[in-house]
Design a protein around this ligand. Sequence first.
Ligand SMILES: [Zn+2]
Length: 226
Amino acid sequence: MSAAGAPGTQRTPATSEAPTLDPEQALAELRAGNQRFVTGAPYHPNQDAGRRAAVASAQHPFAVIVGCADSRLAAEIIFDRGLGDLFVVRTAGHTTGPEVLGSVEYAVTVLGTPLVVVLGHDSCGAVQAARDSVATGSTPPGHLGAVVDAVVPSLRRAEAAGVDDINGIVDIHIAQTVEALLDNSPVLAAEVAAGRCAVVGMSYRLAAGEVREVAAVPAGTARAAA
Ligand SMILES: [Zn+2]
């Protein structure tokens, strides 16, 4: 269907000015879009030539997605959004290295994006690879070791909490990633403390298509001194 006149399109912030959504409104947009996707009634907003032209000169995405690179976790599809809506940063296992942090900081401070979402999913291969590596004491080949190393702290946290099923570990890794973003990016933490941004962790179910919120740091939350 055409995006023209679709409610999702009408609610999209104008691209020629600063975003008009606050963190709660941005989260509501993602929840609504995911609900449309889950129920098989997507609008496919902002995916036509008109939108392409409208955002060619400037972007004001309303959410940053720090997601796993898994091919089944395409952000614009599962949240039923289009061009210019989401600023997506994906690595296997949603890691938080310097390029990821810099990308998040760019979106939040330069583009004024009011919401950061960490998006993980059940049966995550990166989490499973890290689990296998720890269990066997083996080091993965090539740069895969960097992915495993990034997930290991979450495995330790899960172990301490007595959680040993893969999807329980995934949820802990999502929450750990939310904490890592804020701990390692004073820029992001300051934006959250100032009330301009929120950070939410979501876990996606591959078969059902739905997201579940597993962690939240609301706008206005000040970080405890390290
Ligand atoms: Zn994954």
